[in-house]
Design a protein around this ligand. Structure first.
Ligand code: LR7
Ligand code: MN
Length: 648
């Protein structure tokens, strides 16, 4: 029998040498397993023969269930355990080059690795929903162009870790002709290893005999386990497949390619920088299965999960509110508040919610319905527009589009797309106009009002899409606006217009997607450089946006008084937030309430570092002196980056 000891007991186990795992014979028994996979606290030491082994223990949820265990993750804010902590110039290089290629913090993503626990962001009622066992099998399709390797692999692992295999037929990765050196081969290698491992796991589960050695091997990601005994079994088993397009197709045609090569009854499209949350799949499948037509054996539906936010700077996972998809006449997708009264009872928080449009990246649909309803428009390039096209098409041709609140998938929301908008053609406009010409009838003129140049764009051949609309006998866009999206301002109906204006008045300030409504301030304090009488103050007054910070003699004036909020913001004079978004020098910005560059962590005690979550660096100065500017420095506990907090 082995004994697992946590290597970071100060964070994990108050009771020092407590054995949390015993391995006996062929069964893995864990008690009080407190698996914290986000921090170094999940390194466990065990003895095998005469040597000590260190392993990252990450039991898959399916094992945990099998063993009757509950897995929890507890956040740990100590500086050493911050994933983004910059330790040297190399870290800075990784982070900065990551931003330029991928537009998110690859340093953090790298350090998180293949697995982590996520907060269960669902409504409590979701935990007791029951879904029938007999659900269709799924092909998950993930297209990627130059995705960050670790982020892509964690997307895949999150699916393997949190999906009941009986609902998964295959995971299809479509490499859209990426040109990052070595990316394709690295993904191929991992896919092969995963397939090998899965064959082994199936055996274990099947024989109800969870082999300790294998589980340990599996969970120790640093060990390259290659299974030599693996035999191909003639069984209906899950496989991961990596396909590659023969030229850069763009995400729309890449998805078509994936779909053509799939065999599952249901298709689930996902982006390549996502993490699925607990029990994400059954609610989607159950809703699709509910409406199945006996003859065609598919339902006329597409369903989407709630898209939670993975912060691009910090990879923090946070819940999104229930909102639905809309759009504006510029044909940009937007989130709308739910119509008033949608969420009245508790049950309303788990019931499907009709949505006029979808964001595009994450949805489930019967494969045969996807084909029947016209797949995607092959004439669309690279990025954009396909989400409104499929949304309008589904609604206008007799189907429906729904948001499923009990299904949650996190997505990395970036501030920019790391591939251009298109040099010669603006892809989004080209794609949107192809859509508008086929589906929007005379309302296309409203779009052209927004983009006069779009009137004469060469859109290529639209015949087959026009024919599709005819053959499916679809309703008019006017019908769609009146029945599915009456909230959209058409400029025609004064009654509707007034109603929306009134609605917006009431709803304004009350509910902003992604944002908290209320600020909770702690008492204010001054922040003094250790061993000095110098405090942090704004260079200009407390209301000047973009203003820098300097050291000044500590006197209790307004521009030295910092308020801290429950979101770890430092707000000067209750006005502007301390912001490290340029990674070099902090400045005062409008509070955005998104954490990251405005999230500061410290111990609150004398001589504490003040760490910024997005920058991975600490607040400091080059040297002590009046007028000395504040800069972001590596957290090395020098007196120039240690601070005292002076409360009145
Ligand atoms: O040429 C390309 N080839 C690709 O395979 C360009 C992109 N891709 C891949 C890419 O690697 C990624 O996995 O396609 C996927 C989507 O591209 P993103 O992540 O750059 O798109 P996005 O998340 O910014 O944009 C949203 O709108 C797009 C419109 O074309 C797609 O429908 C995306 O899937 C969609 N993403 C979401 O719906 C997630 C929630 C975002 C919101 C709101
Ligand atoms: Mn995306």
């Amino acid at each position: 029998s082995y004994r697992f000891v946590n290597t970071d007991q100060k964070n994990q186990l108050k009771n020092n040498d407590r054995s949390i795992a015993t391995l006996e014979g062929k069964n893995l028994l864990l008690d009080n397993a407190n698996v914290n996979d986000k921090f170094s606290g999940n390194m466990w030491k065990y003895q095998k023969g005469k040597s000590d082994y260190y392993s990252k223990i990450m039991l898959k949820e399916k094992y945990a269930k099998h063993l009757g265990l509950k897995m929890t993750a507890q956040p740990d804010n100590s500086l050493d355990n911050q994933f983004g902590l910059i330790r040297n110039a190399e870290d800075v290089r990784i982070r900065d080059s990551g931003y330029s290629v991928h537009a998110f913090n690859t340093l953090i993503s790298q350090r998180i690795g293949n697995h982590r626990g996520l907060p269960d962001t669902r409504n409590k009622l979701c935990r007791i929903q029951k879904y029938t066992e007999k659900l269709p099998k799924t092909s998950v399709i993930i297209c990627f162009f130059n995705e960050h390797y670790q982020t892509l692999m964690r997307s895949v692992h999150s699916i393997l870790d949190r999906t009941d295999m009986k609902y998964l037929k295959e995971i299809i990765l479509v490499d859209d002709y990426s040109d990052i050196d070595g990316l394709h081969d690295a993904v191929q290698k991992s896919v092969n290893e995963l397939n090998n491992r899965m064959r082994k796991e199936e055996e274990m589960i099947e024989t109800n005999n969870i082999d300790v050695e294998n589980v340990v091997d599996y969970i120790n990601d640093d060990n390259n386990v290659v299974d030599k005994k693996t035999t191909e079994r003639n069984k209906d088993v899950l496989s991961i497949r990596l396909l590659k397009t023969s030229k850069r197709e763009g995400l729309i045609r890449a998805r078509l390619y994936g779909a053509e090569n799939s065999v599952g009854e249901v298709l689930v499209f996902l982006d390549s920088h996502i993490e699925v949350n607990i029990d994400w799949l059954p609610p989607l499948l159950a809703r699709l299965a509910e409406g199945v037509d006996k003859e065609t054996r598919f339902s006329h539906r597409a369903v989407t999960p709630v898209i939670d936010v993975i912060n691009a700077d910090t990879f923090e996972y946070t819940a999104s509110p229930l909102v639905r998809g809309g759009f504006n006449w510029g044909l940009h997708f937007k989130w709308d508040n739910l119509p008033k009264g949608t969420l009245k009872t508790d049950e309303d928080f788990v019931k499907p919610i009709k949505s006029p449009t979808m964001a595009g990246g994450l949805f489930a649909i019967y494969r045969e319905y996807f084909n029947y309803i016209g797949k995607y428009d092959e004439g669309m390039h690279v990025w954009g527009g396909e989400n409104l096209e499929i949304s309008f098409r589904i609604w206008m041709c007799g189907g429906s589009l729904e948001l499923i609140p009990c299904s949650r998938v996190g997505h990395v929301f970036r501030k920019r797309r790391p591939y251009g908008a298109g040099d010669k053609v603006d892809f989004m406009l080209h794609n949107s106009m192809r859509m508008a010409r086929v589906w929007m009838d005379d309302y296309v003129n409203k779009v052209i009002e927004q983009y006069p140049s779009a009137a004469n764009l060469d859109l290529g051949d639209l015949t087959s899409r026009h024919n599709l609309r005819k053959s499916l006998n679809c309703k008019s866009f006017k019908w769609y606006l009146e029945n599915i999206y009456p909230e959209l301002e058409t400029g025609e109906n004064e009654v509707v217009k007034k109603r929306i204006a009134a609605l917006n008045d009431v709803e304004k300030n009350k509910f902003q997607p992604w944002h908290s409504r209320k600020r909770n301030y702690t008492d204010s304090y001054q922040i003094r450089l250790k061993n000095t009488s110098l405090c942090i103050q704004s260079e200009k007054d407390v209301k000047t946006k973009g203003g820098g910070l300097v050291l000044g003699s500590c006197i209790r004036i307004l521009n030295q008084m910092w308020f801290e909020t429950s979101r770890f913001e430092l707000v000067l004079g209750r006005t502007l937030c301390l912001d490290a978004s340029n990674n070099v020098a902090p400045k005062l910005s409008k509070c955005h309430e998104l954490g990251g560059s405005q999230e500061w962590k410290h111990k609150g005690s004398a001589g504490s570092p003040i760490y910024n979550t997005a920058a991975g660096m600490c607040l400091g100065v080059d040297r002590a002196g009046r007028g000395e500017p504040l800069i972001m420095v590596i957290c090395d506990n020098q007196p120039t980056n240690q601070w005292d907090f002076i409360r009145s």
